[in-house]
Design a protein around this ligand. Structure first.
Ligand code: AMP
Ligand code: GLY
Length: 434
C-alpha cells in the first residue's frame, strides 16, 4: 500500500505518521508513505519529493510518477487548486473535497448561503460588494457588534470583530477597496456572537458524517490570547465531558451542523467527501457556526491523529473511492493530547529564516512525545528555521496536565535564536487540583 500525502507542514507530518502506523505506534512494514513536498524534518522519517512549483500540475507530475494507491491532501490551497479533481480524473483515489466543494472554506458567502439553506445555526448576515448595500443591515445593528469578513481566503487575517457599526463601516470600506485584494472585494457582514470557541472535526462521505473529535486551538501569538492572529500556536483535545463537550453534544453537532450541510451540498451537485472542520462558538446554550474549513486543522490534526487507535487508511480509501464510511466507525479516544507550537522570530508578519536548530533529538526522546516538523530546511550542520511555524510538539497522556507537562518538557529542549512559544496552551482545560 503506497500513500502520497500532499503538503509540507506539521499536519502532514502527523498525517504521514498516522497513515504509516495504522492503528499502532510503529510504521507498518506493508505501508509506504511519500510526502509531497514535505520538508527536511519529515524527510528523516518519510521519503519526500520536492515540487517544481506550488501548482496542481507540479503535484500531479509527482503523483502520477509514484503510482500510489491513495492520495491524501492536507492544505486548503492544494484543494482549491483542484488536486483532488485531477487525481480522480487520472483514476487515482484521492481523499479530500473537489475544488468546487472546497468553496465551503474558500468562499464565506457560499458557506453562509449553504448554512442558511441547510438550516445550520449561524449568525445573521448580509453579503455586500458596495457600502450602500450594507446600510440597512448596519442601521438595524446600532446597539450591537458586527463582524466584517473578507469572502475569500485571506491567510486567516480577513476577519475583524467590531464593537460598533461605525467601526464596521470603516473596515468595510477598506475591505471593499481591496485590503486583501480580490479576497475582500466581496464581504460578509454578520452579527457578533460571544462564547467559547470549539473546533469539531468530522469525516464525511458525501451523505453521512462521523465525528473525529473536538479540539481547542490557540490562535493568538501571545499568552492570554493577546497579540496578532496566527495559524495556531497550540491546541488541546479531544475535548470530553470534563471540558463540557459530551458525546451527546457532539452527536447534536453532527445532526444539526454536519448532516444538513452534506444534504445541501449533495442537492447542489457538490457532494462533500473529506474532513469537514466546523469552527463553532458556544455560549452555553446554543452552538453557532463561525466557519467551515474543508480539511484537518493545523495544529488540531496533530492533536486528533494521535488520540485514537483507528487505522484511517481503509476509511480514507473508501471515501476517496466514493464509497460510504465503514458501518459502525467510531472514534473513542482514550488519551488526551496537547500540542505546543514553536514559531520563528518575526512570525506571523515577517518570519526570519536561517537560524540553526539544536535539541531536536533530545526533544523527541520521550515516548509520549512526537515532534512534527513544519518550517524547517537542511542547513550545513543540521536543520535550520525555514518558516513561520517551525515545530508542533505533540504529547499524549491520561490527562491534559500530564500531556502538557510532557509537551513543554520537550519544547524546553528545542532551541534556536528568537524562538517564540506560548506558555499557556491548554490552561482553559487543565484540571484544577485543589
Ligand atoms: P473565522 O475565520 O470566520 O472563523 O473568524 C476568525 C475568528 O474571528 C474566529 O475564530 C472568532 O474568534 C472571530 N469571529 C468570527 N465570526 C465571529 C462572530 N460572528 N462573532 C464573534 N467573533 C467572531
Ligand atoms: N488551526 C486552524 C486552521 O488550521 O485553520
Amino acid at each position: 500500500m503506497k500513500i502520497v500525502v500532499v503538503g509540507g507542514g506539521g499536519r502532514e507530518h502527523a498525517l504521514a505518521w498516522r497513515l504509516a502506523c495504522g492503528a499502532g505506534q510503529r510504521p507498518r512494514a506493508d505501508r509506504c508513505v511519500v510526502v509531497v513536498p514535505g520538508n527536511a524534518g519529515i524527510a528523516s522519517f518519510f521519503r519526500c519529493r520536492g515540487l517544481s512549483a506550488a501548482t496542481c500540475d507540479a503535484v500531479m507530475k509527482v503523483v502520477v510518477d509514484e503510482e500510489p494507491d491513495l492520495v491524501v491532501v492536507g492544505p486548503e490551497n492544494f484543494l482549491d487548486l483542484g488536486v483532488v479533481d485531477a487525481c480522480l480524473a487520472a483514476g487515482i483515489p484521492c481523499f479530500g473535497p473537489t475544488a468546487a466543494a472546497a468553496a465551503l472554506e474558500s468562499s464565506k458567502a457560499f458557506m453562509k448561503d449553504v448554512a442558511r439553506a441547510a438550516g445550520v445555526p449561524t449568525a445573521d448576515f448580509v453579503v455586500v460588494t458596495e457600502v450602500a448595500q450594507a446600510e440597512a443591515f448596519l442601521a438595524s445593528r446600532r446597539d450591537r457588534g458586527v463582524v466584517v469578513k473578507a469572502c475569500g481566503l485571506a491567510g486567516g487575517k480577513g476577519v475583524v470583530v467590531c464593537d460598533d457599526v461605525d467601526d464596521a463601516r470603516l473596515h468595510l470600506q477598506e475591505f471593499l477597496a481591496g485590503r486583501f485584494g480580490d479576497a475582500s472585494r466581496t464581504v460578509v457582514l454578520e452579527d457578533r456572537l460571544s462564547g467559547a470557541e470549539l473546533s469539531v472535526f468530522a469525516l464525511c462521505d458525501g451523505d453521512d458524517a462521523v465525528v473525529l473529535g473536538a479540539a481547542r486551538d490557540h490562535k493568538r501569538l501571545y499568552d492570554d490570547d493577546t497579540g496578532p492572529n496566527t495559524g495556531g500556536m497550540g491546541a488541546v483535545g479531544p475535548l470530553g465531558d470534563e471540558e463540557g463537550v459530551s458525546a451527546a453534544f457532539l452527536e447534536d453537532v453532527r445532526q444539526r451542523f454536519f448532516v444538513p450541510t452534506l444534504v445541501e451540498m449533495k442537492a447542489r451537485g457538490l457532494p462533500f467527501r473529506g474532513v469537514l472542520f466546523a469552527g463553532l462558538m458556544f455560549d452555553g446554550t446554543q452552538p453557532s457556526l463561525l466557519e467551515f474549513n474543508v480539511r484537518f486543522g493545523d495544529p488540531e490534526a496533530e492533536v486528533l491523529l494521535s488520540a485514537f487507535d483507528v487505522d484511517l487508511v481503509p476509511v480514507l480509501l473508501a471515501v476517496a473511492r466514493g464509497e460510504p464510511l465503514p458501518a459502525g466507525l467510531r472514534f473513542e479516544p482514550k488519551l488526551k493530547v496537547a500540542v505546543v507550537v514553536v514559531a520563528a522570530p518575526g512570525y506571523p508578519e515577517a518570519p526570519e529564516r536561517g537560524a540553526p536548530i539544536t535539541g531536536l533529538y533530545r526533544a523527541q526522546r520521550q515516548p509520549e512525545v512526537q515532534v512534527c516538523c513544519a518550517g524547517v530546511s537542511a542547513g550545513s550542520f543540521g536543520l535550520v528555521v525555514d518558516g513561520g511555524r517551525v515545530f508542533a510538539v505533540s504529547a499524549r497522556a491520561q490527562t491534559f496536565d500530564a500531556a502538557l507537562d510532557f509537551a513543554y518538557r520537550a519544547v524546553d529542549r528545542l532551541h534556536f535564536e528568537g524562538l517564540q512559544v506560548r506558555r499557556d496552551i491548554g490552561n482553559s482545560v487543565r484540571r484544577r487540583i485543589a
